[in-house]
Design a protein around this ligand. Structure first.
Ligand code: AMP
Length: 282
């Protein structure tokens, strides 16, 4: 028995999805034209698909699990379980207006989007009556072509909006890549899925932390410890033939990394070494 995982073939999520599998220890080789491939060291088959098709394929049990954007899951509305946010493919579904027009009331406007369901929900919640112009692509061109007055589209860096003379407005949905599964997976497959998720989560957790080792004055250990609570407490080791200094090791959260280093220096830490963590199991 094998699990089948659907991932994007080309596009924004493709590279990161494969990298996550590699980092989680799954071994594979891909030939140029293959649409499916097997993982050599785990009962897992990968199928390459268009990102838009992945929620439906998982809901229909053609694949057991998939990696796709939350935006696609929400827009398509198929019944699937969202198991884990993966920290890549981050983007926002935003309103955007022609530069000259700036922000105006949306009431009665024509709004072009590839996300009619999400936009519809937003408009309903805001009690706004507007026309949704459903386009499958090139949404950003629609105001110039006078197909729409403004747009609702995914924004990542914002350069597409800028290049098309559009200004970002309200964010209506925030998205990133997620791991999804069919909601009626068999017990045997669930056991495999648990193993697979355990490996993936070890990589995702590790990405949030760095390992840090430093020399610290023994007299300042209390202050040092306050800067780096670590997972429990930092490890403290004696330095050979030096009673005034100790070696301290801990983990630091990536999000507070530089402020933590600055505070550590202020309380006398020196010789600070920072190492990436490959996998971490809490
Ligand atoms: P950007 O210029 O980086 O803001 O990207 C905007 C363009 O890329 C728009 O055409 C979006 O539809 C598309 N896009 C941005 N982020 C994503 C994403 N995470 N997934 C799919 N499409 C995206």
């Amino acid at each position: 028995m094998k699990l089948t995982l659907a991932i994007q073939k080309t596009g924004r999520l493709a590279e990161d999805s494969l990298e996550l599998l590699r980092k989680s220890g799954f071994k594979f080789e891909i030939t140029d034209r293959s649409l499916t491939f097997s993982i050599n060291n785990f009962p897992l088959e990968i199928i390459f698909l268009r990102a838009d098709d992945i929620p439906e394929i998982v809901a229909d049990r053609v694949a057991d699990i998939g990696i796709c954007g939350q935006n696609t899951v929400e827009e398509k509305g198929y019944k699937v379980r969202e198991l884990e946010a993966l920290g890549f493919g981050k983007c926002s579904l935003c309103m955007a207006y022609p530069e000259k027009q700036k922000k105006v009331s949306l009431s009665g406007k024509r709004i072009a989007t590839s996300y009619p369901r999400l936009l519809g929900k937003f408009l309903k919640k805001q009690k706004i009556s507007a026309d949704i112009v459903d386009l499958s692509g090139s949404v950003e061109l629609s105001p110039k072509l006078n197909i729409a007055d403004c747009i609702c589209d995914l924004v990542s860096t914002g350069s597409t909006l800028k290049n098309n003379g559009l200004v970002k407005g309200e964010t209506i949905f925030k998205s990133e890549a997620v791991f999804i599964s069919n909601d009626q997976i068999s017990t045997e497959k669930q056991a495999l899925l648990d193993k697979l998720l355990f490996r993936i989560r070890a990589v995702l957790t590790a990405r949030k932390y760095k390992y840090i080792i430093m020399n610290a004055p023994r007299k300042n250990l209390n202050e040092i410890q306050k800067c780096i609570p670590g997972l429990k407490k930092p490890t403290i080791a004696s330095l050979f033939a030096d009673t005034d200094y100790v070696s301290v090791a801990s983990v630091v959260e990536e999000d507070f990394f530089w402020t933590t280093i600055e505070r550590l220096k202020e309380v006398g830490a020196s010789g600070i070494i920072i190492l990436p963590i490959e996998k971490m199991i809490l």
